[in-house]
Design a protein around this ligand. Structure first.
Ligand SMILES: Nc1ncnc2c1ncn2[C@@H]1O[C@H](COP(=O)(O)OP(=O)(O)O)[C@@H](O)[C@H]1O
Ligand SMILES: [Mg+2]
Length: 245
């Protein structure tokens, strides 16, 4: 269920690194319960855009409102409280190599929920692993898992904190098509099960088709076109078409 309520409002964002303009006036909103895919060529500022949402990067101009809070006006305490409500699956999504899968999940959980006892931690970890179909991998080390399985564990580790907003940065990149589609299906399942609102950055068109309620295409630091997968696919625009071949 997608509601009219906005969980994210990005308004007229500008960001340059030196003389290189990366974001050149981007405005976009995310509705509660919506999967918004951001599509763009490599180096077009997609990762910069999502990093702005968790204030890893600050825009030069423009405003960002997350769950009703203006990031520029939030103090550190408010910012930390807000970050807990946002899950970020980074490009690469690194796990701790020396920790088992269970320990990888327990680490953020115990840190953010200090009141949980071991039984409660264990049951949340079991639920999270079950969500990604990897209950049997709990005691394995990341090195014993395939790339697709590691990606699932990274997803479980993020989702275990029950984020209201999920930011997926290239969740299927580096995976074979079948495994990539499994990750896309998981993203959809999590949207349905937890009503998460998500931004999914990708240049994998299969991921975009499977997961998106809406797609925004970034070109030269601006939103060039937006619409549903089918709307964009039918546009007579050579740049847009180059994505849909
Ligand atoms: N911290 C940074 N310092 C300098 N340049 C950066 C930084 N982060 C990103 N850039 C530059 O911004 C541009 C967009 O990067 P990015 O958002 O990572 O692209 P992508 O769309 O592939 O995710 C690139 O040219 C990149 O080199
Ligand atoms: Mg990127």
């Amino acid at each position: 269920m997608i509601s009219e309520e906005k969980v994210l409002k990005l308004d007229n964002l500008f960001k340059s690194f030196g003389s290189k303009v990366v974001l050149d006036g981007i405005s976009i909103d995310l509705n509660k319960g919506e999967n918004l895919v951001i599509l763009g060529k490599s180096g077009s500022g997609k990762s910069v855009l999502v990093k702005c949402i968790v204030k890893l990067i600050e825009p030069d101009e423009g405003t960002i409102s997350v769950l009703g809070t203006d990031l520029a006006e939030a103090n550190n305490k408010e910012l930390n409280a807000l970050r807990i409500r946002i899950g970020f699956l980074f490009q690469g999504g690194a796990l701790y190599d020396s920790m088992t899968v269970r320990e990888n999940l327990e680490f953020p959980l115990a840190r953010h929920h200090r009141k949980l006892d071991q039984n409660e931690l264990d049951s949340k970890i079991d639920e999270a692993l079950d969500n990604v179909g990897l209950k049997d991998a709990a005691d394995k080390l990341p090195s014993e898992l395939s790339g697709g399985m590691r990606k699932r564990i990274g997803l479980a580790r993020t989702l275990i904190l029950n984020p209201e907003i999920m930011l997926y940065d290239e969740p299927t990149t580096g995976l074979d098509p079948v495994t990539g589609n499994e990750i896309s299906e998981l993203i959809l399942e999590m949207q349905k099960k937890y009503q998460t609102s998500s931004i999914i950055i990708t240049h994998d068109m299969s991921c975009a088709r499977l997961t998106s309620n809406r797609i925004a295409m970034i070109r030269d630091g601006k939103i060039y076109k937006s619409g549903t997968f089918d709307e964009l696919k039918s546009l007579e625009d050579s740049w847009v078409k180059s994505f849909f071949v």
